[in-house]
Design a protein around this ligand. Sequence first.
Ligand code: NAP
Ligand code: GDD
Length: 355
Amino acid sequence: MAQKAIISGITGQDGSYLAELLLSKGYEVYGLQRRASLPNTGRIDHLYGKKGFNMTYADLSDSSNLLRVIKKIEPDEFYNLGAQSHVGVSFDVPEFTVNTNALGPLRILETIRNLGMPIKYYQASSSEMFGKVLEIPQRETTPFNPQSPYGLSKVFAFHITKIYRTGYNIFASNGILFNHESPRRGINFVTRKVTIGLSRISLGLQKTLKLGNLDAKRDWGYSKDYVEAIWKILQHKEPDDFLIATGETHSVREWVEEVGKHLGMSITWKGKGLLEKGIDQKTGKTIIEIDPIHFRPNEVEFLQGDSSKAQKILNWKPKTTFSGLAKLMTEQDLVYVKREATEGHPVVTQQKFQV
Ligand code: NAP
Ligand code: GDD
């Protein structure tokens, strides 16, 4: 009989790639979709009608509906990827963030406990929990020091997952994933904002791109590589916590330069602080400016992960380099933006994602 998996957050970046991976392995996939006033299924529209693909309405803020759905489907695995996942936005909607990201996992785990079903649970934990880092590089053993409502909500979720594992003998595992990106990344995360913005600038559709902290450093990987790790974490013989990262760290400034290279630009920097500007040496034009609106009340300046435990125990390795990631995201956004140029309306926000 086919394995059954529920995916919360299936309409998001990781959920869509994980759904494809599980379907390719013969799973029956049950995606949880929350109600939206406009279609929110652009990343998974291509999966409708595929054998084993099912969708149902559910929301992580609604315990009774989670109970009904889990009881009816009787899944072998539950991948909890649903979250208010934007760190900056979590300062604006802290209560919603905590309700979804912290209490959501608690609601699922309580349901699993009460039903007494042998369901394996995956929690999408985050490098944002390390916050102002207390060790370099970060490992599974590094203490958490969150700096945002989002980071703290994920610390709660991480610990409650461990508590249900040890206290109730539930197969519940955490993947502590560092930043991972793709052509399906939400358009208000910095990597995607830059690939779209610079692509538009290269075609003359936009003059400048306004960014926040250029000095922040992140360990950026590719979402498609990371969903392989997510699946492997639940296939391991026992529940455990694994850190997933590339081991390399780069600044936002370096990301801008790298994306620029793939568009034939040569970006150099002039000025300091709010007056800093990125200039394309080929045209002499200013294309990057700083807008403090993108600064956060607290910032996480530096993340770099050590994934040697996952590499050793799960036999997982990142396959995509920093430059390879910038290339594949930029090439795809250039295709969307070229369509904007010919069709005369925004394509990026209405795209069907199949890459
Ligand atoms: P994403 O693209 O923002 O997707 C988030 C998903 O959660 C979407 O499907 C969203 O639905 C859903 N969601 C939000 N609130 C919900 C609610 N109340 N009930 C049910 N579903 C809800 O995020 P992602 O990049 O794929 O990340 C997946 C998970 O990994 C998240 O938990 C994130 O916090 C975590 N994570 C991500 C990274 C990263 O770098 N990408 C790193 C570490 C951890 P809509 O489509 O309707 O908005
Ligand atoms: N979003 C955004 N927009 N970030 C900017 C900008 C901008 O215009 N300018 C500079 N940044 C900086 C942010 O201040 C941050 O330091 C860095 O770029 C990365 O920001 P995001 O891409 O928004 O990602 P994040 O690191 O805050 O959070 C992502 O990674 C976490 C894992 O560490 C999200 O995917 C989280 O869900 C995830 O848990």
